[in-house]
Every structure is written in C-alpha cells, then in structure tokens.
Design a protein around this ligand. Structure first.
Ligand SMILES: [Zn+2]
Length: 324
C-alpha cells in the first residue's frame, strides 16, 4: 500500500512534553492549538508579506482528534508549526542601554521594525515621544497628541513581537486602584517571572496618567530628560495597554526591566507611557515568550561608546516610573 502524503510520526518524549508545555502556557488543549496553528501561521505570513514556503502550501493533513493523545501522532508539519509557535521572538531594534547613555539617533526605520512584529512599544530618534504598536500599526504619542507613523521614521529603541490573542492566555482582571495592583494581578497569572511576556489589556480606566518625552537635541542621558516631558491625565477612558514583562536579566541593558506599558485610548486619539492608573474592568492577554532577537547598531557612536551597563538599571528605574 502506498504511503499517504500526510503520514504521521511518533513524537520523541521531549518534543511531546514541549508541546504540552506550550499548551499549558496558554491554558488550552494541545490538540486544539495544533489545529489552529496552521491557519494562523499562513495568515500571519501574509500579513507580514513573507513568502509562504512550498511546504506550507502543500500542507494537507488536519486530522487531529480533540484529546491530547492525538499529539502522539501529529504530522511532522504540525510539529514544526507548534515549535515555531512557541518560539516567536521578542524583537529589539537596538538595546535600550543606547538611549540610557544618550545615543539617541538609531538606524532602524519603523517600517523595518513592523516587519518583525505587530505589537510593542518604543520611541523615535531624539527620544521624540512614545510609540505604541497595536495590530501592526505604529502610533506616535508626542507633545501635540497621537498620530499614525508612516514607517520612514527612525528609532533608537523599539521592542515588538508577533502577537495573537489565540497564542495568549486570556485572563479576566479585577478592578485595581493603582498600576502596582494591576502588575501584581498579572504576575499572579505568569507561569514564571524568568521569561518574557507580551501583554495586551483591553479595559475601562477611571484614570490614566501618561507621559510623552519631548524631542531632545544632541546627546542627553535618559535620566536627564524627565524635565522635558508632557504629562497628561485622562479620566473615564476605555482603551488598551500594550506592554511587556521582561525579567531583570533581559531588561536593564536590552529592554526596560519589569513591566512597561503604553496606553492608547479606544478612539486612538490619546495615550503615552503609563505612569499611573486606576482600572475599573479589564481583560488581559498574556503571550509567553522564550526567545529574543536583538539588533546591535553598526554606527560609530555605538561602536565607540563605553556603555555604562552597571548604571543602566538605576537610570531606567528613575526615568520610567512616576516621580510625583
Ligand atoms: Zn515607555
């Protein structure tokens, strides 16, 4: 009898456990995820204008039962997709230590960064305002308000990932009186604080205090720019928080350590780097991330600088948090 094109293979125990582990990270049945993974990867590759491989197009087998035991006989293509699912990277266009130390002119365009992910945050060259990326669109929150970026702008620091709600753990959040309360609640849903989480929260907010840094001329260290920022207070807003949790060993030099959120109102007109909030109601999506990709600049000021890595943690803490 001729072998069928969608013949299945027996998984090695390590692979099987890894797939189960990924399913546990999002709190859903593994077999169901395997089924969805194929469709999602096809559509995401289209969104990001990647060329689907012929292997992908030839994919035909979808015969999975709904119990976890079906994983034991997944096709090799399905295993490949599941592995890719769990290894979507956090992408960092230039390590944050650069702007902490006053290197404010980055090489990466916003369009280049958007090819790496559809959700994230950052700033523009000269520390010009706050950037939030939602559904593949980059919004700039500057001194004058919110606008959509064209893609040609340059950034010294942005961080994005390929986010999807289906790849995330969904959690209902109770009302919180401050940002720390929200962070504590989210942490309670983490499997581990030693991995990265991409975070999306849709909610109604009684109060959001946000800031946008004003564009700087020349080289200014991050801790010295707090005097030139616009702080706004919003009340009774519905909107989203886009953010990351980075373990301290990933943050500090590559990214902001701990939690980092930018707010965008539901009408996309207001927002900024979140300093404080009170949330009435919210739903959160937590996407666990086990891989990072960092682009280190080629330009001379970066290559020649003696970056003060031991200072970065304290400087970031001072710059990113509310001082009032
Ligand atoms: Zn920020």
């Amino acid at each position: 009898m001729a072998e069928e094109s969608h013949s299945t293979i027996k998984l090695k125990p390590a692979t099987f456990h890894r797939l189960q582990d990924f399913a546990a990270s999002v709190g859903r049945p593994a077999a169901e995820l395997a089924e969805e993974a194929i469709d999602r990867f096809l559509s995401e590759q289209q969104d990001l204008q990647w060329k689907p491989s012929s292997e992908l197009e030839a994919l035909s087998s979808r015969e999975l039962s709904q119990d976890g035991a079906a994983l034991q006989s997944m096709s090799s293509q399905q295993i490949k997709f599941m592995r890719q699912q769990s290894l979507v990277p956090l992408y960092i266009a230039e390590p944050i230590i650069g702007i902490v130390d006053g290197l404010l002119q980055g090489d990466h365009s916003v369009a280049e960064v958007l090819r790496k992910g559809n959700l994230g945050l950052g700033t523009l060259n000269g520390l010009d305002g706050e950037v939030v990326v939602l559904d593949g669109v980059a919004y700039h929150q500057g001194a004058e308000g919110v606008k959509v970026l064209t893609g040609s702008e340059r950034t010294p620091f942005m961080s994005v990932t390929l986010f999807s709600k289906a790849r995330s753990k969904q959690v209902e959040l109770s009302p919180v009186g401050d940002l720390q309360g929200l962070e504590g609640q989210l942490k309670g849903h983490f499997r581990s604080t030693n991995v990265v989480y991409a975070l999306l929260i849709e909610g109604s907010f009684l109060y959001v205090k946000s800031r946008a840094v004003c564009k700087q001329e020349g080289s200014v260290r991050l801790k010295d720019v707090a005097g030139s920022q616009v702080v706004r207070e919003h009340t009774d807003e519905s909107g989203v928080l886009v953010g990351f949790w980075c373990p301290p060993f990933v943050g500090s030099n590559l990214n902001v350590p701990g939690f980092h959120f930018h707010f965008l109102s539901a009408d996309r007109q207001r927002g900024g780097h979140v300093l404080q909030l009170r949330m009435e109601q919210g739903t959160g999506w937590l996407q666990e991330i086990h891989r990072a990709q960092v682009d280190l600049p080629f330009r001379g000021d970066f290559l020649d600088s003696a970056l003060l890595t031991s200072q970065a943690s304290a400087d970031l803490r001072a710059a990113e948090q509310d001082r009032s």
